[in-house]
Design a protein around this ligand. Structure first.
Ligand code: UD1
Ligand code: CA
Length: 461
C-alpha cells in the first residue's frame, strides 16, 4: 500500500511571484497538478498535499482540475495538510503524523516543484524499495550542473550515508554531481518513529527531510536514466528550461509516430494533445489542451487550436480554433476564428475573416468572407454571402438564428435573431431580416433604390 505526499507549502521566493510556486503553469497545467498526475498510475491509497503559503489558492486550483479530485481513475480524494510555518521539508512531513497514525504502508514523497517525473520512474523506485526491503529509497541523478541541489553520498552498494544541501557543502563535497531529486519512498512506520527527532542545525535552520537518512537503515539511492525528469523548478528560467524539455519529448514522440512537424522550433504542442499519423504541422502553430487532430490534416502556418477536435484531411491556415469541432475535408481560414462550441460539418469552407461562436454548421456549407455567425444553426449546402452578420444580442439576451438547407444570403445581410430562414431561401444583398422566412422564398428587406434622371448638384454661388 502506497500513500503519496506532495510538498507544496513553500512560497518559492526565487520565482518573484505572488502566486505560490507550485501553481505556476508548465504547458497548460500547474506544477503540482503535473506531480499529482505522475502518481495516478500507482493507484495510491491516500493522497496528501502539504500546503502553507497560498494554501487556499492551491486547494482551489486543485479542486477545479476535476480529474484528480473527483475520484476518477479510482483516485482517493485529496487530503490537504496545513503547514502554517514553513520550517523545512522535514517539518512539512512531520505534519503528516496525525493523519497517518494507522497507516502501515510506504509513503512516496514528492516535491511539488518537480513536474517532469515519469510514472515509470516512480514505479521503478517503489519496486526497488520493496525488493530490497529498504527503510527509504530515493531518486538520485548525475547532473552536469548540480548547483542548488542536495548532494547524495553513497557507499559502493548505493546505500546512502548522507545528503548535504548545496549551501551546507564544503568545496570538496560540492564536486559531487550526484544529486537528490527530492523523490523518496519511505517505510512509513519507520519514518514516523524518527521524524520527531530531526534537528534544525544547518545553514537555513530548517528541519531537513534529507537528515532522516542518518536515522534510517537502510537508505538506498536509485539513479534516473534521464536527469531531465527530475529537474526542480526554482525560478522562471527553470520553468522555461523545463518547458523546452517537455516540448522536445512531445515533438520527438509525435514525429516518431508519423506526424510531420515542418519547423519544430516554432511549434508548441501540449502533452495532452493527440495526433494521428500523416498530420502535418506547419510553422508557427500551437496546439493546446484536449485537442485531437485526425489523419491527413494540415494545420498552420500561424494557427492556434485549443480543446478542439479536427477531423480527417482538414486544412487550417492562420486561424484560431477553441472549444470547437471541425469535420472531415473542411477548410478553415485564412483568418477564421471558431470558438464557444462551434461545430462545422464535412467539406465546408470557413474563410477569410469569419467568426463562428456557438454555431452549428451542416455539411458542404460555405461561409467564405467577412462574417460573424453567433448562436446559429446552419443546414447543408448553405451559402453565406460576404459580410453576413447574425445580430444575436439585443443588449440583454442572446438569440438564435436558424438557416435551412441550400439557403443563400446575399452580401451584407443582417439576420436579426431570433430568426428562422427556411430551406431554399434567398436573402437579397443588403437586407436586414427581422421576420421568419418560409421555405422556397426570396426575401428583400431594404429600401428600394431611387433614381432621379437628369438630377445635378446645384452649381456653387
Ligand atoms: C530540496 C532538497 C534537496 C534536493 C531538492 C530537489 C531538502 C532539505 N532538500 O531542496 O536535497 O536536491 O529539493 O529539488 O529537502 N516545502 C514545504 N515546506 C517547507 C519547505 C519546503 O512544503 O517548509 C516544499 C516546497 O514548496 C517545495 C519542496 O518542498 O515544493 C522543496 O522545497 P525547496 O525549498 O524548493 O527545497 P530545495 O532547496 O530545492
Ligand atoms: Ca526546489
Amino acid at each position: 500500500m502506497v500513500a503519496v505526499a506532495i510538498l507544496a507549502a513553500g512560497r518559492g521566493t526565487r520565482m518573484k511571484s505572488d502566486l505560490p510556486k507550485v501553481l505556476h503553469e508548465l504547458g497548460g497545467r500547474t506544477l503540482v497538478q503535473r506531480v499529482l498526475e505522475s502518481c495516478v498510475r500507482l493507484q495510491p491509497s491516500r493522497r496528501l498535499v502539504i500546503v502553507g503559503y497560498g494554501a487556499d489558492l492551491v486547494r482551489d486550483s486543485l479542486q477545479q482540475t476535476g480529474v484528480i479530485t473527483e475520484g476518477q481513475h479510482h483516485q482517493p480524494a485529496l487530503e490537504f495538510v496545513e503547514q502554517t510555518e514553513q520550517l523545512g521539508t522535514g517539518h512539512a512531513i512531520q505534519q503528516l503524523l496525525p493523519y497517518l497514525t494507522d497507516f502501515t504502508g510506504d509513503l512516496l514523497v514528492l516535491n511539488g516543484d518537480v513536474p517532469l517525473l515519469r510514472p515509470d520512474t516512480l514505479e521503478q523506485l517503489i519496486n526497488i524499495h520493496k525488493e530490497y526491503g529498504n527503510a527509504a529509497t530515493l531518486l538520485a541523478a548525475h547532473l552536469p550542473n548540480p548547483t542548488g541541489y542536495g548532494r547524495v553520498f553513497c557507499d559502493s552498494h548505493n546505500l546512502v550515508n548522507q545528503i548535504v544541501e548545496d549551501r551546507d557543502c564544503t568545496d570538496a563535497q560540492r564536486q559531487n554531481h550526484r544529486i537528490n531529486a527530492g523523490v523518496y519512498c519511505f517505510n512509513w512506520p519507520k519514518l514516523a518513529e524518527i521524524l520527531p527527532h530531526l534537528k534544525a542545525d544547518n545553514d537555513q535552520q530548517e528541519y531537513y527531510l534529507t537528515d532522516t537518512v542518518h536515522h534510517l537503515d537502510k537508505v538506498m539511492a536509485v539513479d534516473v536514466d534521464d536527469y531531465r525528469e527530475i529537474l526542480g523548478i526554482n525560478s522562471r528560467k527553470h520553468l522555461a528550461n523545463s518547458y523546452s524539455i517537455l516540448q522536445d519529448w512531445v515533438k520527438t514522440n509525435w514525429m516518431a509516430a508519423g506526424v510531420t512537424i515542418i519547423d519544430p522550433d516554432s511549434v508548441t504542442i501540449d502533452d495532452t494533445v493527440q495526433l494521428e499519423p500523416d498530420v502535418i504541422i506547419e510553422p508557427q502553430t500551437h496546439l493546446r489542451g484536449n485537442t485531437i487532430i485526425q489523419t491527413g490534416s494540415r494545420i498552420g502556418p500561424g494557427s492556434l487550436i485549443e480543446n478542439s477536435q479536427i477531423g480527417k484531411n482538414v486544412k487550417v491556415q492562420f486561424s484560431v480554433i477553441s472549444d470547437s469541432v471541425v469535420a472531415d475535408e473542411t477548410r478553415i481560414g485564412p483568418y477564421a476564428h471558431l470558438r464557444g462550441h462551434a461545430k462545422v460539418g464535412e467539406q465546408c469552407r470557413v474563410g477569410n475573416f469569419v467568426e463562428l461562436k456557438n454555431a452549428e454548421v451542416g455539411n458542404s456549407t460555405n461561409i467564405a468572407h467577412l462574417s460573424y455567425l453567433g448562436d446559429a444553426t446552419l443546414g447543408n449546402n448553405v451559402n453565406i454571402g460576404a459580410g453576413t452578420i447574425t445580430a444575436n444580442y439585443d443588449g440583454v439576451k442572446k438569440h438564435r438564428t436558424t438557416i435551412g438547407d441550400r439557403t443563400k444570403t446575399g452580401s451584407n445581410s443582417v439576420l436579426v435573431a431570433p430568426l428562422t430562414l427556411g430551406n431554399d431561401v434567398t436573402v437579397a444583398a443588403g437586407s436586414t431580416v427581422t421576420d421568419d422566412v418560409p421555405d422556397d422564398s426570396l426575401v428583400i428587406a431594404r429600401e428600394r433604390q431611387v433614381i432621379k434622371p437628369g438630377w445635378r448638384l446645384p452649381s456653387p454661388e
